[in-house]
Design a protein. Structure first.
Length: 318
C-alpha cells in the first residue's frame, strides 16, 4: 500500500502524472511482473540477479520508477535497468579513478563494503555520513522537492583524501536512495545545491582533464537522461570556476532540454540570481550562507537526528 501524499504532492501527482487510485493499486504489481520477465532476457544477463531482487521489492520502491515515467510500465522497466547498470558502473570503477579522486592513494575502508542497492543501510555508511559535507536540507522546497546541499567543495575534496572515496560515494548514493523512497519526493523531485566558491582549481582541473573522468561524465549524462529513479527538480551551482562554463557548454548538449533548463550556474554576487534561488525556499530551510535562517548548528543537529532515526528505523526491520 502506497503512503499518503501531502496536499501539494497529491495535486501535482494528479495533474502532472495522471495518478489515480486505480494506478496506485495496480501499476506496482504490473511493474514487478515486467521486471521478472526482463530478468530472463539474454540482453539483461548482466543485471539478471538485481532485476529479480527488484521484482520482489515493495510498492514504494516500484512507485519511484513509475512516477518518473508517468506510469508507463515499459518505460519504468527500462528506467530500472538503466539505474541498475549505472550503479554497477559506480561500484566497479577502476582503483586508479578512486586514487585520482582522493588526490593520491585512496584511503582503504577497514571493512567489506556493502554495494548491494537492495540491502544497503545507514549502519553501512554511518561514519562517512556523519562526516560528509554533502547533506540533505531539512523539509522541502516551496514546490515540494527534497534538496541535497554542499556548501564547501574544498572541504569535501579534503574528505576524499581522508575518507575511503568508494565508501563516501556509496554513502551519498544511500542518501539519494532514501530520499527517492519518500512519496512526496517521488512526485516533486530531488534537487542539488553546490557552493563552489573558492574551489581548488588545480585539483578540479586535473580531474576533469582525465579521459576516464570525461567518459564517466558522459555515462552520468546518459544516466541522468534515462536512468535516475527520481524526478529532477533543479541543480544550483553557485560561483563555479571559469572552466566549469567550458565544461558545461559541452556537457549540456548530452542532456535532454528539460534537464538543461533545470541546471543553473549562478553568481552569489548577482542579486537577481540569488533571489531566484531564495524564492524557491522558506528561509528556515535554507542555510544562512545562502541567505536563509538555517544555522550551521541546526543543520548539523538535524543531520545527526536523521542518521539516528534511520538507524533506529532500519534496526526495527531486522
Amino acid at each position: 500500500m502506497a503512503s499518503a501524499l501531502s496536499e501539494l504532492a497529491a495535486a501535482r501527482a494528479a495533474e502532472e502524472l495522471g495518478e489515480t487510485p486505480e494506478l496506485l493499486a495496480t501499476a506496482p504489481g504490473r511493474l514487478k511482473l515486467k521486471l521478472a520477465e526482463a530478468a530472463a532476457l539474454p540482453a539483461n544477463e548482466d543485471i539478471a540477479g538485481d532485476l529479480k531482487k527488484a521484482s520482489a521489492q515493495g510498492d514504494a520502491w516500484q512507485l519511484r520508477f513509475l512516477r518518473v515515467r508517468k506510469y508507463d510500465v515499459d518505460e519504468a522497466t527500462k528506467n530500472v535497468c538503466g539505474w541498475l547498470r549505472w550503479h554497477h558502473v559506480q561500484v566497479n570503477l577502476p582503483q586508479e579513478m578512486f586514487d585520482a579522486l582522493s588526490g593520491g592513494e585512496e584511503k582503504k575502508s577497514d571493512e567489506q563494503l556493502n554495494t548491494d542497492l537492495f540491502t544497503m543501510t545507514c549502519a553501512d555508511y554511518k561514519d562517512v555520513l556523519e562526516e560528509s559535507e554533502f547533506r540533505m536540507l531539512p523539509g522541502y522546497s516551496k514546490d515540494g522537492a527534497k534538496y541535497l546541499c554542499l556548501l564547501d567543495l574544498n572541504a569535501f575534496l579534503d574528505q576524499m583524501k581522508a575518507l575511503p572515496v568508494r565508501k563516501l560515494m556509496l554513502g551519498m548514493q544511500y542518501m539519494f536512495e532514501v530520499a527517492s523512497l519518500d512519496p512526496d519526493t517521488q512526485v516533486c523531485g530531488i534537487g542539488i545545491i553546490e557552493d563552489l566558491e573558492g574551489a581548488n582549481l588545480g585539483t578540479l582541473r586535473s580531474l576533469m582533464k582525465r579521459k576516464d573522468m570525461q567518459e564517466l561524465q558522459k555515462k552520468k549524462a546518459k544516466a541522468m537522461n534515462d536512468a535516475f529513479p527520481f524526478r529532477f527538480a533543479a541543480m544550483w551551482l553557485l560561483d563555479p570556476p571559469w572552466f566549469y562554463y567550458l565544461i558545461w557548454n559541452i556537457f549540456k548538449w548530452l542532456l535532454k532540454k528539460k534537464l538543461r533548463d533545470r541546471i543553473h550556474l549562478i553568481s552569489k554576487g548577482n542579486a537577481a540570481d540569488m533571489a531566484k534561488l531564495r524564492a524557491s525556499f522558506d528561509p528556515a530551510q535554507l542555510p544562512e550562507k545562502l541567505g536563509g535562517t538555517l544555522t550551521e548548528d541546526a543543520w548539523t543537529s538535524g543531520h545527526k537526528q536523521w542518521i539516528a532515526s534511520r538507524l533506529q528505523e532500519e534496526a526495527m526491520r531486522t
